[in-house]
Design a protein around this ligand. Structure first.
Ligand SMILES: Nc1ncnc2c1ncn2[C@@H]1O[C@H](COP(=O)(O)OP(=O)(O)OP(=O)(O)O)[C@@H](O)[C@H]1O
Ligand SMILES: [Mg+2]
Length: 254
């Protein structure tokens, strides 16, 4: 089982889009995926058609709740979901001062039956708060979607520093397995330059695959379907399938 935290504290960088569509593309490849929506905005949950996830995930964090009680199957083969909801807004306050608050998710994940899922994907909120730290403490691998419109190297440096601190203090096994350029508009030279700068700066930590700007991707949340189901032959579906392939292939090289 591989556990990925999909993280970038910058809003709108493509985290949820990547979590939802990578999950579906892995499902297409017969992988069993558990997508956990850690964002109180609950965008990944509503993308999978769940408009109110209730307080189940909050109970997992503040009341010793069991993850297996709150997961649900989805209409996409291979993909199960633990939904979020506005209840999660209170989690920072509820956990303030709690001993060991950073590792609650890791402990809960350890109670899941071994071999039930091949991949666990954690969609994080746009902040380096307690939920994102929980994801980094629980994951083995970090995926960082970066919006290729603007190169925010400063923000990335802050994120990488946080990953280093979590690695040092909470989770020695943590590694960044991929920076993923998203919303790459090939019609502009700027977008290609941003991808190149990322490769110059971070070398082969940048995935070979990048995700193109694709209007179909922007449309499909309203239809509560991942891109591979909403528009199976779109550029967006192609790109997320290619990412799934690269992710699966990475496994062999680790
Ligand atoms: N490849 C793409 N082509 C077109 N639009 C995209 C693409 N990827 C993401 N978007 C759009 O960009 C916006 C932000 O994407 P997304 O919600 O995935 O980012 P996020 O990092 O999860 O945001 P937040 O930080 O708010 O959680 C959304 O409106 C989404 O539809
Ligand atoms: Mg999001």
């Amino acid at each position: 089982m591989r556990t990925f935290a999909i993280v970038n504290q910058k809003g709108g960088s493509g985290k949820t889009t990547t979590a939802v569509n990578l999950a579906a593309a892995l499902g297409e490849r017969d992988q069993r995926v558990l997508l956990i929506d850690l964002d109180p905005q609950a965008s990944a949950s509503s993308w999978y058609g769940i408009s109110d996830g209730g307080r189940g995930l909050l109970d997992v964090f503040v009341d010793n709740g069991n993850l297996l009680d709150v997961f649900t199957t989805t209409q996409i083969d291979g993909v199960d979901l633990i939904p979020s909801s506005a209840w999660m807004v209170g989690v920072d306050k509820a956990l303030a001062g709690e001993v060991g608050a950073e590792t609650i998710l890791r402990q809960r994940l350890e109670t899941l039956p071994a071999g039930r899922w091949d991949y666990i994907l954690l969609d994080c909120p746009p902040a380096l708060g307690i939920l994102t730290i929980n994801a980094l403490a629980a994951a083995r691998e970090v995926v960082v979607p970066v919006e290729a419109h603007v190169l925010a190297l400063n923000g990335l440096a802050q994120l990488l520093q946080t990953v280093d601190v979590v690695k040092e203090r909470l989770n020695g096994a943590l590694q960044i397995t991929g920076i993923l350029p998203c919303r790459v508009d090939l019609r502009t030279r700027h977008a290609r330059e941003v991808v190149q700068q990322l490769r110059d700066h971070f070398g082969n930590v940048v995935y070979n695959v990048y995700i193109r700007e694709n209007v179909r991707i922007a449309e499909c949340p309203s239809f509560a379907l991942p891109i591979t189901a909403y528009s199976p032959s779109s550029a967006g579906a192609e790109d997320y399938r290619a990412l799934a392939e690269e992710v699966i292939h990475q496994e062999g090289s680790r």
